[in-house]
Write a protein that binds this ligand. Structure first.
Ligand code: HEM
Length: 449
């Protein structure tokens, strides 16, 4: 890589001193990534106390213990659950133990490799539409990618979009992220769970809009006489716990579908957008990606069968999700005493898993701030699987990872083949509320290649 290509993309301001509880709470509302102190990027684990004892773990061995070897000791934290519960209740993502297990078994078949490949034509059609919408000149990329990935998830979840006004739905999602998605000051100050949170009250309307639309789609499916569509909704409607015979209640069904629609498109749209930002700023990498895509695709949009022949496109996406993991921080609660990196974990401690810091950690990465897709070349992949965790790991690994990667590769290769991207003002800043988004958007100049 030439010196000119050693591009250091947008990061977050690092603070070196300890923050007070109020400062942490205020900063977390603005940008969760900014509460990660500079030394979290240099040490395997850091700890502190703020009403509760907390730790931030950014060590591959420790991650493996939390996500695999001692999984049941580290359920999802109450703070995270609180933020998500109004919209998705105790659905798959938020559930634990037996409740989680049977819901996971119910949806897993939708995401087998064979089924995901069968969805590729919908992704190819979306890539075509996304290309047709990009106009020459300055474009805001995230909103365009959100529209593209939203179409695909509606096909998977509901076999179509007829019951969805995608514009109304995505507006409601954005409103929800801006209200409930912001960590509550009251949570940080240790107010009891029954105390009303203003964010939750504000987000209530957005949640009602989304739930109403999902419920309508489910009602329409129940009324249908046509043969089953074999989509996510069908699997959910017929899911049954083999041990108890339990089925999803109507409310659980709505909340699960709601989660799939939100989680299934927002994260993927962000991964593609950040990849385009990085390529726009590194003309050499961009030319290489375009040459690879053009050689394979010869002008047409990509399909599942093309992906193996475009390894550089995959490397760019992997490196984009290292620098900008769409899910930048996870949190767990400690159940019983344990030890991580030599540090004692005690019951009720909060354990943060800052994926963002793990991916930019000075102990695990060479020149961590530099965009270098060749880190992911087949000969130089990260040595430890647990040092790179955009999709989590272990039994709770993202169920939609294959689906997301296929969709991202199809859309990115199709667009980079047809268009040339260059940066436009303003420079985006990574801000995490629920996901790591570029603020105030991602603006790029686009011209036909
Ligand atoms: C680039 C795109 C995506 C990223 C970065 C991502 C990231 C993640 C991460 C980090 C987790 C683990 C959370 C934890 O351990 O606390 C997760 C779980 C999950 N994701 Fe994704 N995700 C993506 C796309 C998708 C898609 C497309 C779907 C579905 C269509 C999906 C559905 C889920 C579900 C249901 C879970 C919970 C799994 C369980 O707990 O068993 N995700 N995702």
């Amino acid at each position: 890589m030439s010196a000119a290509e050693a591009f250091i993309p947008a990061g977050v301001p690092l603070h070196k001193r300890r923050l007070s509880r109020i400062e942490t709470a205020l900063i977390a509302r603005r940008n969760v990534l900014e509460i990660i102190p500079s030394y979290a990027y240099q040490r395997p684990i850091i700890s502190g106390e703020m009403l509760i004892r907390w730790h931030m773990l950014a060590d591959p061995g420790g991650m493996k213990r939390v996500m695999l070897d001692n999984l049941s000791n580290y359920p999802k934290s109450e703070i995270m659950r609180r933020m998500l519960r109004p919209a998705i209740g105790d659905s798959l993502f938020n559930a634990d133990g037996a409740e989680w297990k049977w819901q996971r078994q119910a949806v897993a078949p939708v995401f087998t490799h064979r089924n995901v490949v069968a969805l590729a034509p919908a992704m190819t059609a979306t890539a075509e539409r996304a290309g047709a919408k990009l106009a020459a000149g300055r474009n805001e990329i995230v909103s365009q990618m959100l529209t593209a990935t939203f179409d695909v998830i509606c096909d998977v979840a509901l076999s179509g979009r007829e019951h969805f006004d995608s514009h109304t739905f995505s507006e409601a999602i954005t409103r929800y992220f801006q209200t409930a998605g912001r960590a509550s000051l009251l949570d940080f100050l240790g107010f009891p769970p029954w105390f009303p949170r203003p964010g939750e009250l504000l987000s209530g309307l957005a949640v009602r809009t989304m739930h109403g639309m999902v419920a309508q789609a489910i009602a329409a499916r129940r009324a249908e006489t046509a043969p089953p569509a074999d989509d996510l909704l069908d699997h959910m409607l017929s899911a049954e716990d083999p041990e108890t015979g339990r089925r999803l209640s109507p409310e659980e069904l709505v909340r699960n579908m709601q989660f799939f629609i939100v989680a299934g498109h927002e994260t993927t749209a962000l991964a593609i957008s950040w990849a385009l930002y990085l390529l726009a700023n590194t003309p050499g990498h961009q030319t290489r990606a375009r040459a690879e895509a053009a050689a394979q695709l010869q002008g047409r949009a990509a399909g599942a069968a093309d992906l193996a022949a475009m390894p550089f496109i995959l490397m760019v996406l992997e490196e984009a999700m290292r620098l900008y993991p769409p899910v930048g921080l996870l949190a767990r609660t400690v159940i019983a005493e344990d030890e991580l990196c030599g540090r004692a974990m005690r019951p009720n401690d909060t354990l943060f898993l800052p994926i963002w810091a793990l991916h930019r950690h000075e102990m695990w990465w060479d020149r961590p701030a530099v965009f270098d897709p060749d880190r992911f070349s087949p000969t130089r992949r990260p040595r430890d699987k647990y040092q790179y965790l955009p999709f989590g790991a272990g039994p709770r690994v993202c169920v939609g990872a294959n689906f997301a990667m296929m969709q991202a590769q199809i859309i990115l290769s199709t667009l980079i083949q047809r268009f040339r991207f260059s940066p436009a003002a303003p420079e985006p800043q990574p801000v995490m509320t629920m996901t790591v988004r570029p603020e105030p958007g991602l603006f790029l100049n686009v011209e036909p290649a």
